[in-house]
Write a protein that binds this ligand. Structure first.
Ligand code: 4NP
Length: 163
């Protein structure tokens, strides 16, 4: 593996598994699954071992992405050494991750959309808002942001790592 990417949100049942599933689909389509390792995790532990939220699963499936096999887990200290990129869905997640990042870790820790959209028209939209307490509209907004962000992120990583 040349590059590893960990998507992080609060519960690891809505936004980060969606980003995980979509980004993995783009990696697979580009025949780069031997080069890029993808995973997701939550800063919280409430949903460890659980499948993604049913609403996140169905909105992803509507767009052709099956994320039903993913299982929630919590971020752990080792992640800061295993992953090249740890990408947070919102500023609270980023804050929480910064607080537990070991000083020796060399990973790139940042906001998913900030890193992904730097050169895009979506530059300025920095967060994927938490849809958990929202309705279908909030899940739709989240997957739209994740879809374009994940595509941009793959292009950026391919360029940076020459793959
Ligand atoms: P996520 O959404 O961080 O996108 O997975 C949430 C899921 C669960 C909770 C909060 C946000 N929760 O409070 O249980």
């Amino acid at each position: 593996m040349k590059v590893s990417v960990l998507f992080v949100c609060l519960g690891n049942i809505c936004r980060s598994p969606t980003a995980h599933g979509l980004f993995q689909a783009y990696v697979n389509k580009a025949c780069l699954s031997d080069e890029i390792f993808v995973d997701s995790a939550g800063t919280g532990a409430w949903h460890v071992g659980e499948s993604p939220d049913k609403r996140a699963q169905s909105i992803a499936l509507n767009k052709g992405y099956d994320i039903s096999h993913l299982l929630g887990r919590q971020v752990e200290p080792d992640d800061f050494f295993k992953f090249d990129y740890i990408l947070a869905m919102d500023t609270q997640n980023l804050h929480d991750l910064s607080n537990i990042k070991p000083a020796q870790s060399k990973c790139t820790l940042g906001l998913f959309l900030e890193l992904a959209n730097k050169e895009s028209i979506l530059n300025g939209i920095l967060e994927v808002p938490d849809p958990f307490y929202g309705d279908a509209e909030h899940f739709e907004k989240a997957i739209q942001l994740i879809e374009s962000g994940a595509k941009n992120l793959l292009a950026k990583i391919r360029e940076e790592h020459d793959i």
